[in-house]
Design a protein around this ligand. Sequence first.
Ligand code: NDP
Length: 453
Amino acid sequence: MSHSVTTVNPYTLKNIKTYQVQSKEDVMKALDKSDKAFQKWKLVEIEEKTELLYKVAEILEAKKHDFALLMTQEMGKPISESIAEIEKCMSLCDFYAANAESFLSDDIIETEAYESFISYDPLGTILAVMPWNYPFWQVFRFALPNLTAGNTALLKHASNVTGCALAIQDIFIEAGYPKDVFQTLVAPHETIEELIKNDKLKAVTLTGSEKAGKSIAEQCGNLLKKTVLELGGNNACIVLSDADLDKYLDEMVSARFQNTGQSCIAAKRFIVTEGIYDSFIDQFTKKVRALKIGNPEENDTKISILARPDLAETLKQQIDSSVKAGAHVLFGNDVLDAYFAPTILTNVSPEMSVFKEETFGPVAAIIKVKDEDEAYALATNSRFGLGTMVFTENIEAARKKIIDIPDGAFFINSMVKSDPRLPFGGTKASGYGRELSKEGMLEFLNVKTVLIN
Ligand code: NDP
């Protein structure tokens, strides 16, 4: 087992920094400290907790450019998107500062008893296993509602963004959170397994691959510990013949190419009816061709390096096997190290990798269909269930499809995106549980029934 982690800038391929990996003993000590901190933190008044959220937002604002650059250097995200990510974390602080008190206050339920109500009580220490694709946002959307609700947090971040993981710990310390309420661990998978076995660790949330999700869920299942899993997605973007391309084409392009395509909720399969197919292809290709590819630290870069070389290799294999099975490369498909140019594939069918599997990079799979019925049938033909989007001017017809969409989200004339005010999460192989909004805040709380006679 390696005793250190070295982060590497995927664009320059230069080492950034080497960090010591914590020993098993140190990680267990962190859990003890977290559990101790919980005993006091759970009693802190909600007003005090929400004040701290404003402090976090102030720090994010003051150091926005430093944090954005750190993300960009560690995982290659275009800098304009890194800045937007920090701003989104700030909006999350504001959202929970404004709403936490009402989300967490007792719900009085009238019964024959003298008094009966629901008390929303924190569980204790929660472990967050987080990915590199949105290094700040993924952590904040777990941490802010959970800390505010009285839980304490241990973060095991993806090793390639260890600098971000430690910077986030520093933010909570600087904001004035009591010591040990939020701690970052730099630890290998085996140590995490030991940590999960400990009774003081109450629950785990994981955002990442299906493989990681299954492994954590299996460990927790054996111990009857609650998990929330936010795994991969293979969202369909249905474009019906009456879609307003002038208005929504930019949105469709962002839906696929944001974060250089490394997003679980990205539109991965474009299912387009024949009435609009030719004009969609023509305009979509023009827009994709115009995306500026290059150095992630330049402000106008829209597409940059993938976060790791192995991610580009996987993507390349998915494309190659699909082309072998009959897909046409309309645009792109060039690889240079981890650098992956935007690619558009047409003539895609359901048995191909780019249809069946999650493609975590800038590849749009386009499927031509006869009509609306065929479009929805193909859209829902997926192991994943994060979200579906449809572009159409007939909102009433689309509304009737809500019941038929088996996913965690259905967006009409909008890309699927997360919003602090709305629940976020999936079904099927995309995982279970919700983040954000009131629903996300309640996941790791004990919804306790209290009755007084
Ligand atoms: P992983 O799922 O391997 O990594 C995500 C996080 O889980 C990291 O912190 C990783 O740690 C941790 N992890 C993985 N396995 C374990 C384990 N057994 N015990 C404890 N922690 C674990 O994703 P990859 O980075 O390898 O990406 C592979 C694919 O996963 C992508 O191509 C994409 O399809 C999907 N993915 C989906 C994401 C989403 O937003 N839903 C985000 C990232 C990936 P460490 O870095 O130390 O291995």
